[in-house]
Unconditional design. Structure first.
Length: 383
């Protein structure tokens, strides 16, 4: 009996010595699991950053590619270029939407509304996105006829600064009090300074300067008169893109992204087609005296395979592919960091324009563009 009691008295120590290695193994396995999770998250973020850099590069190549199409013999007018690229984007997005619909089944509305009402709101939302995306790309296509690639990219970058101000104004109209941080206003002033520097450069607006040769050289007239028509179109494109981003962030999480982009691009292609039809009837080039045997008046070089390939590249890359890559990347990368990476778009545009089109930005364009990019980085850093 005493031996048994002695054995029992020593059991707790023995159990403690036996269970200690198990406890140590459990804690070490937890550490291994945590390290694996953290390494997986870090790897996903690195992949997201690479995706966003690729998106910025592809967006930067868009303006350069469209400028290259305009430089080809018998280039298309902006309306027929936009319509062609719009339907190409639909063709590129169609298989992606079919594949995503088999994996993702979201309801049209998260508010519990009836099916007809939710479908109507979905199609109205897609149509609203299409209208402002139509304004964004249409104005950019018009501006690129006369405005250099790097210059247009710097003007378009103003949308990063315009978006929070537009959000504040719309919130005020809705009765919502939104606090605008001091860094936002600082970014606006830096971007406005860059815009003034860009407007003081006369490299892209010699025609307007010759028409206004006797105009007084005041600070206000620099901004209002020294900007060419193409520059104003690029600024209008930035405003449309800002509202597009606002609406997409406001309602975008209610619907499937790929399905929304497909329907939006169909609406956009229809709007571009209506624009092309109107251009056909109102363009002076389409008079019967100026039409050749097999030439289309809105696009005399429509048989040029290089132009077709470049347009298809823009539809597949900066259209369908960028939508998918950006959506994937921003699921792991914070919005502030994503804005910083995407603000490299005009830098890529300037470098590609120098290499492919031999377009050398002037000193004012470099300084003004650097101010706009710096304002974007300052704003994103404070987000």
């Amino acid at each position: 009996m005493e031996n048994n009691e002695n054995k029992n008295s020593t059991n707790p120590h023995r159990q403690k010595s036996e269970t200690s290695p198990l406890l140590l193994t459990s804690s070490s396995s937890d550490d291994v699991n945590l390290s694996e999770v953290s390494s997986t998250i870090a790897g996903t973020k690195r992949k997201g950053r690479l995706f966003l850099l690729l998106v910025a590069f592809l967006y930067g190549s868009l303006s350069v590619s469209l400028r290259a199409v305009y430089a080809r013999p018998g280039p298309p007018v902006p309306s027929i270029l936009s319509a062609t690229r719009g339907w190409m984007s639909v063709l590129c997005l169609w298989p992606i939407a079919i594949m995503s619909s088999s994996y993702s089944r979201r309801s049209f509305s998260s508010t519990g509304a009836t099916g007809n009402h939710s479908k109507a709101s979905f199609y109205w939302f897609a149509f609203e996105l299409a209208v402002f995306n139509f304004g964004t790309q249409g104005l950019l296509n018009i501006g690129l006829v006369t405005t250099a690639s790097a210059r247009s990219a710097f003007f378009s970058q103003l949308s990063v600064v315009i978006t929070p101000i537009l959000t504040f104004c719309i919130g005020a109209l809705r009765g919502q009090r939104l606090l605008v941080k001091r860094k936002v206003w600082m970014s606006c002033f830096v971007a406005l300074f860059g815009l003034c520097i860009l407007s003081s450069d006369g490299s892209s607006n010699s025609d307007s300067d010759s028409d206004n040769g006797n105009m007084p050289a005041t600070a206000s007239s620099n901004v209002l008169h020294l900007l060419s028509f193409g520059d104003w179109c690029c600024l209008g494109s930035a405003f449309c893109w800002s509202y597009y981003i606002y609406r997409l962030s406001d309602w975008g999480d209610r619907y499937d992204e790929t399905q929304t982009m497909l329907v939006k691009n169909v609406f956009m292609a229809i709007l571009y087609t209506l624009w092309a039809v109107a251009s056909y009837f109102y363009a002076t080039e389409c008079s019967s005296d100026n039409i050749g045997g097999d030439a289309f008046c809105l696009w005399e070089g429509w048989k040029d395979p290089i132009s077709i390939m470049v347009l298809f590249y823009t539809a597949a890359s900066s259209g369908a592919l960028c939508d998918v890559l950006q959506q994937t990347a921003q699921s792991s990368v914070p919005a502030a960091e994503a804005n910083v990476l995407l603000s490299l778009e005009p830098v890529f545009a300037a470098l590609l324009a120098m290499v492919l089109l031999s377009e050398l930005p002037s000193a004012n364009e470099w300084i003004g563009g650097a101010c706009i990019v710096g304002a974007s980085v300052l704003l994103a850093g404070g987000a």
